[in-house]
Every structure is written in structure tokens, then in C-alpha cells.
Ligand binder design. Structure first.
Ligand SMILES: CC(C)(COP(=O)(O)OP(=O)(O)OC[C@H]1O[C@@H](n2cnc3c(N)ncnc32)[C@H](O)[C@@H]1OP(=O)(O)O)[C@@H](O)C(=O)NCCC(=O)NCCS
Length: 300
């Protein structure tokens, strides 16, 4: 087995093995974390976005992206059996994807891949990973020095009669990147920089910029927040309500990766009629869970 830097022409195989690994873990436990594909064959939406994200990371974080290649081309032409993609934004390192093909799991491939990706964290002060419920992932992350914060997942359809009138929230765009970066620095100690460009092209953006504070929220068409950061709980709640208001009648909404520090979000979710469960971990190194923040599985 060879651990080597990922290349553009590995993206298709990495996407396919990620889908297999997520499907298998969905069957073995409960719905998987991270940008989880719908059950069944990969949809063009999920595959397309996964590949665009991988291209973005290879462009900006080539030294953080690694694949594991098995000896011989046993798997239908491609012998890529594992992938780890990590990113570095200012002094924060994050693990964006970490998957081993089900047929190659529990044989040390994941440990070798994580070591390679962690090499890219050198010089970073802090680290962030969002973990599935897979006990092998949790084991790897704790052994790498991360603190495991159990996470709350929220899902359901929004009770539209509960939606309040939300003041001070507007639609954002690429011109808001400086605002987003400055909120990021205050809330999690590092801007997302180039990731805001990617997110802006893929999702809707809501912004709040008032005398008392500011914040932003990327939102997908179902009304689910993809990433949210705000300088106060009040603004975070406004933005979350703004996202939920986007949700079409009956759409499945999810709010993921909350810890007990995000009660402001739990309270909004309960008022909107959504349901709570626990699954997975927010894994942090040298930092506390940022309170007025909802991380993105892919950009953390
Ligand atoms: C998580 C994952 C990437 C790890 O890769 P892997 O190649 O299976 O991992 P490794 O074999 O290197 O390490 C697994 C560790 O868990 C241990 N382990 C195996 N089964 C276990 C179980 N049921 N419970 C707890 N630990 C277990 C192994 O002994 C090993 O620890 P050790 O090296 O200290 O002995 C891979 O299993 C996977 O793709 N899982 C499904 C997708 C997923 O959840 N990805 C994580 C995204 S956050």
C-alpha cells in the first residue's frame, strides 16, 4: 500500500470510495455525518459538489490531500482505496474528508492517511474535525490528540407558523467576503478565506451587519444552514431563523454538529418543531467549541 499526494485524476475514484464508505456506515449505524449522500446510487448533485469541493481543496491545499493506493489495480481499474483531504486556513488546520473503502477498512490504511494529512497541520495552533459515529474514526482522532465533543444533530420539517419576523438580515454575495472573514476570526480564530468564494458559488448567503454585531449564514435550498458564524447569540439566532424561513413547505431540514455550547441553536430548532438526536463528535485540538458558530462538514 502506498500513501501518496492526491492528484486531480484521483477525484473520481476518491468520490466513489467515499460514497461506498458512507453507504456502508449508514447501514451499519445511523445516517452518516459529513455531506452525507442520499441513500442509493450517488445523485448528480452530491457527486458534482463533492468533486468541485475536491478540486477546490487540491487547488488551495495540495499538500493536505492524500490518497492510499493498493498494490495492483484490483478495484475495477482504480487502486485508490482511501482518501484524506485537509485544509489550512490561517493558523487553523481542518480535516475535510477521511474515508477508506469498506473492503480495505480496519487494516491500518486510515492511520497512515491521517498521519500524512496531519503533516499539513505543522505550524497550525489549532485543529478541527467533524467525526462520524464510526468508532474507528473517533479512535484515530483521540489518539491524534483531539478532544471529542459529542454532537447534537437536528432534523425535521419547519413549523412555518412558528417563523418569526426576522429583522436585520439581508441576502449576501461575494462582496461580503471581508465581513465573513472578520466574523470568522472573532468567532473561531481563523478566516475561511477562499472557502467563502466556493460556498458563495454553491449556496445562498444571508448576512446580518448591525450596530450591535454581525454574522453570516450559508444556506442550502432546503433551508439547512451549511455554515453560520455570528458575533453574538442574538445575531446567530436571527440568521438561523432566516435560513429556516428559506425552507420550502415540508422540506427536510438539518442542523448539524452542535455541541452543548450552541443552546441558542437548539432553542431555535425546538421552537421550529425540529427533532434532536446525538451522533458523532466535534473534535478539537487547542480550542473550545466556538459558541456562536455552526461548522461546515467540508470546510469546518
Ligand atoms: C474511519 C476510517 C477512515 C478509518 O480508516 P481504517 O483504515 O478503517 O482505520 P485503521 O485500520 O487505520 O484504524 C482503525 C482503528 O480502530 C480500531 N477498531 C477497529 N474496529 C473497531 C471498533 N469496532 N471499535 C473501536 N475500534 C475499532 C482498530 O484496531 C484501529 O486502531 P489501532 O490502529 O489503534 O489498532 C474508515 O474506517 C472509514 O472509512 N469509515 C467509514 C467512513 C467514516 O466514518 N469516515 C470518517 C469520517 S469523519
Amino acid at each position: 500500500m502506498l500513501i501518496r499526494p492526491m492528484r486531480d485524476d484521483d477525484i473520481g475514484a476518491a468520490r466513489a470510495l467515499t460514497h461506498e464508505a458512507l453507504q456502508r456506515s449508514r447501514a451499519a449505524t445511523r445516517p452518516a455525518a459529513l455531506p452525507a449522500p442520499p441513500s442509493g446510487p450517488p445523485t448528480p448533485d452530491w457527486s458534482g459538489r463533492w468533486e468541485r469541493r475536491a478540486k477546490h481543496l487540491l487547488r488551495h491545499d495540495a499538500d493536505g490531500c492524500w490518497v492510499a493506493e493498493a498494490d495492483g489495480g484490483s478495484r475495477g481499474g482504480s487502486n485508490v482505496v482511501g482518501v484524506a483531504m485537509s485544509l489550512r486556513r490561517e493558523k487553523l488546520w481542518g480535516l475535510s474528508a477521511y474515508f477508506v473503502h469498506p473492503q480495505a477498512q480496519s487494516a491500518g490504511v486510515g492511520a497512515a492517511l491521517l498521519d500524512a494529512a496531519l503533516g499539513y497541520s505543522q505550524g497550525c495552533l489549532r485543529g478541527i474535525i467533524i467525526s462520524t459515529a464510526d468508532p474507528r474514526a473517533a479512535r484515530r482522532y483521540r489518539l491524534a490528540g483531539f478532544t471529542l465533543h459529542p454532537t447534537i444533530r437536528i432534523a425535521g420539517s419547519v413549523d412555518r407558523s412558528a417563523l418569526p419576523v426576522v429583522d436585520g438580515v439581508r441576502t449576501g454575495g461575494p462582496g461580503d467576503q471581508d465581513l465573513c472573514d472578520s466574523v470568522d476570526r472573532r468567532v473561531r480564530g481563523a478566516a475561511h478565506g477562499v472557502d467563502h468564494e466556493f460556498l458563495c458559488a454553491e449556496y445562498g448567503l444571508l448576512v446580518s451587519d448591525t450596530l450591535t454585531g454581525s454574522g453570516y449564514c450559508f444556506v442550502d435550498p432546503s433551508g439547512s444552514p451549511v455554515m453560520l458564524a455570528a458575533t453574538s447569540r442574538k445575531i446567530a439566532q436571527r440568521l438561523l431563523w432566516g435560513a429556516l424561513a428559506v425552507s420550502p413547505q415540508g422540506a427536510d431540514v438539518h442542523i448539524d454538529y452542535l455541541t452543548a455550547d450552541q443552546e441558542w441553536a437548539v432553542d431555535v430548532a425546538l421552537a421550529a418543531g425540529l427533532s434532536l438526536r446525538t451522533e458523532g463528535y466535534l473534535c478539537l485540538r487547542h480550542m473550545r467549541p466556538p459558541a456562536t458558530y455552526l461548522p461546515s462538514g467540508a470546510f469546518l
